[in-house]
Design a protein around this ligand. Structure first.
Ligand SMILES: Nc1nc2c(ncn2[C@@H]2O[C@H](COP(=O)(O)OP(=O)(O)OP(=O)(O)O)[C@@H](O)[C@H]2O)c(=O)[nH]1
Ligand SMILES: [Mg+2]
Ligand SMILES: [Zn+2]
Length: 358
């Protein structure tokens, strides 16, 4: 595969080993043990990067080659719930060509699709909701027209990324189909200082800008099916090898072409994880009064409302500073409406009249 060949050409084995040793050194003293007896530690043994996981085995980029490895015998866990693309793992070879994952290097972070909770506070524990690890930046990919751009998904994902402490950027792909309405939606995020990139893999525009943002980082593309995550991965890699498929004309939705997350190296020290599209994001374990904390533009007004623990929801507009700020155009109405939509989903309330903030 040409993209892993590129890995070879940019990093010699020696320089890789040196780097791994430095990495291992910096991880020393971080020995922890998880429920499944998988010890997280720094090591001077040889390590590889998890590219893709299946039920009981994983593809690992190891010494410039792709190998298949299983968890060491005796580790009471399945591969695809224990290691994730982006993980650095220790590899042992018991027989020639028979590789085992014997250990895991302490993770920088984990991108999980559910909110952090007591069982997830340890980023080194495995979970079936985890998507990838050691992520420097997550790119929320959305598209113009097919499927249409809607702030709801972006707002939910922003909450989750904040909860995971992961930097984010928004990429509007299919910019060749962009409308004025899309432009207005993107402005909401530019205003709250989130990097917004516009790309078209068909017209080959915005790709260099995307590369500039992702260079030197371990990044991940997340988003709905059919928005073009795999097309963008192909564009970064300058290939067309990764499978893509058109959006259904009938439903306007993607076909869930990518079925598992996969790690690719597209430039020196620059990797991307392409993920399967998701239908919706589960935010049910956020508490109602926590949601406002993820809307940074409310911060200036927090604690100034007349009501203690104001949710800025059913409280009368006269005493709610957030509502007044929306009314005055200081807080974007779209973000406020997004906040209310998320809150309503969490508390399972379907009715809200926005007229009072108009
Ligand atoms: N008009 C237009 N179409 C695009 C662009 N980029 C991708 N597409 C098309 O969008 C469709 C979906 O692209 P994919 O890359 O398979 O989407 P995905 O996000 O990987 O989808 P899943 O793997 O199902 O999550 C394909 O038919 C692409 O040709 C673009 O910039 N403009
Ligand atoms: Mg895909
Ligand atoms: Zn309020």
């Amino acid at each position: 595969m040409p993209h892993y060949g590129r890995y070879d050409s940019t990093q010699t084995k020696k320089s890789k080993e040196k780097k791994e040793r430095a990495k291992a050194k910096s991880n020393k003293g971080n020995i922890e043990q998880t429920d499944n007896q998988f010890i997280i530690k720094g090591t001077n043994e040889t390590t590889g990067t998890v590219v893709e996981t299946r039920y009981n085995e994983a593809t690992i980029l190891y010494e410039g080659e792709l190998i298949t490895a299983r968890l060491k015998k005796g580790i009471n866990a399945v591969c695809n719930q224990t290691v994730f693309p982006g993980d650095i793992v220790v590899i042992n070879q018991e027989q020639p060509g028979e590789y085992y994952i014997s250990n895991l290097i302490k993770r920088k972070n984990v991108l999980s699709r559910t909110k952090k909770d007591s069982t997830r506070n340890n980023p080194n524990a495995g979970s079936s909701h985890n998507v990838a690890t050691n992520v420097d930046v997550a790119v929320i990919v959305v598209s113009a027209k097919t499927p249409p751009l809607h702030p709801k998904f972006i707002d939910r994902y922003l909450m989750l990324l904040q909860d995971n402490n992961i930097d984010c950027a928004i990429c509007l792909n299919k910019a060749d189909l962009k409308t004025e309405e899309d432009e207005k939606i993107l402005d909401i995020y530019r205003k709250i200082k989130i990097p917004v990139i516009e790309t078209s893999t068909i017209k080959n525009t915005g790709i260099e800008e995307l590369k500039d943002i992702l260079r030197g980082k371990q990044a991940i593309f997340v988003g709905h099916s059919g928005v073009g995550k795999s097309s963008l991965t192909n564009a970064l890699m300058d290939t067309d090898e990764i499978k893509t498929s058109h959006v259904s004309e009938k439903s306007g939705k993607g076909r869930h072409t990518t079925t598992s997350s996969k790690y690719y190296i597209w430039d020196k020290n620059s990797s991307i994880i392409d993920t399967p599209g998701i239908r919706s994001l589960d935010i049910s374990n956020f508490k109602p009064n926590e949601i406002k904390e993820y809307f940074s533009e409310f911060e200036d007004w927090e604690g100034r409302c007349k009501y203690s623990n104001c949710l800025h929801y059913r409280e009368p507009v006269e005493g709610c500073m957030v509502k007044q700020a929306v009314k005055a155009g200081i807080i974007s109405r779209e973000r406020y409406e997004s906040y209310i939509r998320i809150l309503r989903d969490v508390i399972n309330d379907r009715s809200m009249n926005y007229d009072e903030v108009r």
